[in-house]
Design a protein around this ligand. Structure first.
Ligand code: HEM
Length: 481
C-alpha cells in the first residue's frame, strides 16, 4: 500500500475548510436523504464535479484580487466578479442513512448536536426521564442528514447555483433528497461589511495551517494540519495526546460545526447604553469592547485598552499581535469573548498548549439590518444573527470544548485572583434562570467588581455537527458508481 503523503493535496480538500469559499451571499441547504439511498448516491456523482476544491478557491481568490487591482488602477468601481462555490458535508445520521457505520472517532459528532444541546447549555425544557428539549426551531429537532453550502458574489449567482444543485438530486419524478431547511445568509452592507450584527469586525483571528498558510501575520499561531484535517499531523486527543483512530476514508476531511445563533441587537445596544458610567469614563463603546475583547474596528483591547485605534483594527500586522497578561484583566477582562475562546498566554504561561483547541471559523450573517423602529423600541422584531460555522479535526477538542469548558465555565481562565465569569457573548447556563450570568473585569479601574449580564443576547436556535469529506472519499465511498 502506498504511504500517506506528508501533506494534503489541495485538489482533494473541500474549499471552505482552509481558504474558505469567497462569499457575499451563502445558502446552507440542510437536507434529508430520501428512501432510495442508492439513487441519492448515484446522483452524488453529478455534484462532485461542481464541488469547489481548495485549489479552485485559491484560483478564485487570485482572480478576485487581480480584478480589484485592475479596477483600482483605472479608478473605477465595478460590481463583484460573478462567482459561486459549492461544498457538501454529512451528519452522523446522514452517514448511517448511507450505510456507513464506521466509528469516525468523535463522540460529539456521533451523538449529534441535538443530544449535545443540554450539555452545551442551550436554553430548553427538561422533561421526565432526563429528557431535554432545546428551544430550537422545529427543523433542527428532526434528523438532518447533510448540508450543501452554496456561496457566491450575489443573490442571483447563489440562487442559480442552488437551482442547479436541487435539480441534480431531483431530476425527473424521482427526488432523492428533500430540503429540510435552507439558511440564507449575506454579508452586511456598506461599511459594516465583515462586521457581525453587534457591529464588531469578525473573522480576524484564525489559526494559520502549517505548510498551507505559509506567511502568518505577526502573533498568528500556526497549527499542524491535523488540528483541522483528519488523519494529518497532530490529529490527536487534546487531553491524552493520543492520535484519534479514524477510518481510512476520513483522511483530509474536516468536522463542521454549524450553530444557528440569533442575536438580539437592539437589546444588546440598550444594555450597553444603560450600563454607561460617564463619571468613570465607561462609555457604551468601551463596555462593548471589554465584553468582546476587541473594539468594533477590530483593534484588540489588550493593545488599546481605553481608546479605539481603527487603523490598527484594519492592520493584519498589528491586530493579532498580543498574548494577554495572565495576572491581570486591566487591559482585557479574563471573560471577554476573544480571551475565553482563545486564551493565549493564560494557558501557555502554565505550560498548556492551546494548539488542539483552535478552530477555523466561517459562517455568515443572516437577517436584515436593525430598523429605526427596532432601535427606538429596543426590541428585536426581525430575526437576525450569525450562521456560525467552524472547521476542526475534532469537535470534542474544538467547538464543544470551547463552548462547554471555557465560555460556560465561570472559573475559566483558571487560577485568577477573581472568578472571570461567563463569556458575555456566548457563555450559557442553560435553563437555569436562578444562576444569572455575570463577569468581572468590565470596569478598568475596578476589575474585581462583578458586572451583571441580565440577558442572553445570543440565542441558539439550532445546529448540527457535520463531516466534510475529501473529494476522493466522496468519489470512492459516499457516491455509487
Ligand atoms: C453570535 C455569536 C458570536 C459573535 C457575535 C461572535 C463574535 C466574535 C468577534 C467579533 C470576534 C473577534 C474577531 C476575530 O478575532 O475574528 C470573535 C472571535 C472568536 N470567536 Fe466568536 N462570535 C460568536 C460566536 C462564537 C462561537 C459559538 C464560538 C465557538 C464556540 C466562537 C469562537 C471564537 C473564536 C475562537 C474567536 C477568535 C479568538 C481569538 O483567536 O482571538 N465565537 N467572535
Amino acid at each position: 500500500m502506498a504511504a500517506t503523503p506528508q501533506t494534503f493535496d489541495p485538489t482533494n480538500v473541500q474549499g471552505d475548510v482552509l481558504p474558505g469559499l469567497p462569499k457575499r451571499v451563502q445558502h446552507y441547504l440542510l437536507f434529508q436523504i430520501d428512501d432510495d439511498v442508492a439513487a441519492f448516491r448515484k446522483r452524488l456523482n453529478l455534484l462532485i464535479p461542481l464541488i469547489t476544491t481548495t485549489a479552485e478557491v485559491q484560483d478564485h481568490r487570485a482572480k478576485i484580487a487581480a480584478y480589484k487591482k485592475a479596477a483600482t488602477a483605472l479608478g473605477i468601481i465595478l460590481p463583484p466578479l460573478p462567482m459561486w462555490g459549492v461544498n457538501i458535508a454529512f451528519s452522523h445520521s446522514g452517514l448511517v442513512k448511507l450505510g456507513m457505520n464506521d466509528d469516525i472517532g468523535d463522540t460529539a459528532f456521533t451523538k449529534g448536536q441535538l443530544a449535545d444541546s443540554k450539555s452545551l447549555g442551550d436554553p430548553g425544557a427538561s422533561g421526565k426521564d432526563d429528557t431535554f428539549t432545546p428551544d430550537w426551531i422545529t427543523q433542527f429537532k428532526n434528523p438532518i442528514h447533510g448540508v450543501i453550502i452554496i456561496s457566491g458574489d450575489s443573490h442571483l449567482s447563489v440562487d442559480a447555483a442552488h437551482t442547479t444543485v436541487s435539480s441534480i438530486f431531483n431530476i425527473g419524478f424521482q427526488p432523492t433528497l428533500h430540503e429540510a431547511l435552507t439558511l440564507k445568509g449575506s454579508i452586511r452592507p456598506g461599511d459594516q461589511k465583515g462586521h457581525e450584527h453587534f457591529g464588531f469586525l469578525d473573522g480576524i483571528s484564525q489559526p494559520a495551517v502549517k505548510d498551507f498558510d505559509t506567511k502568518p501575520d505577526p502573533g498568528q499561531e500556526t497549527v499542524r494540519q491535523g488540528v483541522i484535517l483528519c488523519g494529518r499531523e497532530n490529529d490527536a486527543d487534546a487531553r491524552t495526546g493520543k492520535p484519534f483512530v479514524r477510518p481510512a476514508w476520513a483522511l483530509d476531511g474536516s468536522f463542521l460545526t454549524l450553530r444557528y445563533l440569533a442575536q438580539l441587537v437592539p437589546e444588546f445596544n440598550n444594555f450597553l447604553k444603560a450600563s454607561e458610567d460617564p463619571l468613570h469614563g465607561l462609555t457604551a463603546d468601551l463596555i462593548g469592547a471589554r465584553l468582546m475583547g476587541r473594539w468594533k474596528s477590530g483593534a484588540p483591547t489588550d493593545l488599546f485598552p481605553l481608546q479605539d485605534n481603527p487603523a490598527a483594527g484594519m492592520d493584519p500586522a498589528q491586530r493579532s499581535n498580543f498574548t494577554y497578561d495572565p495576572s491581570s484583566q486591566d487591559r482585557c477582562p479574563f471573560a471577554a469573548h476573544t480571551r475565553k475562546a482563545n486564551p493565549r498566554a493564560d494557558l501557555e504561561s502554565k505550560g498548556f498548549s492551546t494548539e488542539n483547541r483552535r478552530i477555523i471559523r466561517r459562517g455568515i450573517q443572516f437577517g436584515p439590518e436593525v430598523t429605526a423602529e427596532e432601535a427606538a423600541s429596543g426590541k428585536t422584531q426581525h430575526d437576525r444573527g450569525l450562521i456560525f460555522v467552524a472547521y476542526s479535526g475534532s469537535i470534542t477538542n474544538g467547538f464543544q470544548f470551547i463552548q462547554k469548558s471555557w465560555a460556560n465555565n465561570t472559573k475559566f481562565p483558571i487560577d485568577k485572583p477573581v472568578d472571570p465569569g461567563f463569556d458575555p457573548v456566548i457563555g450559557q447556563n442553560g435553563a437555569d434562570s436562578v444562576r444569572l450570568r455575570s463577569m468581572t473585569g468590565v470596569h478598568p479601574d475596578n476589575t474585581g467588581e462583578s458586572f451583571p449580564l441580565p440577558a442572553d443576547w445570543v440565542v441558539p436556535k439550532g445546529g448540527e455537527y457535520f463531516f466534510s469529506p475529501s473529494i476522493s472519499a466522496l468519489r470512492s465511498t459516499f457516491a455509487l458508481a
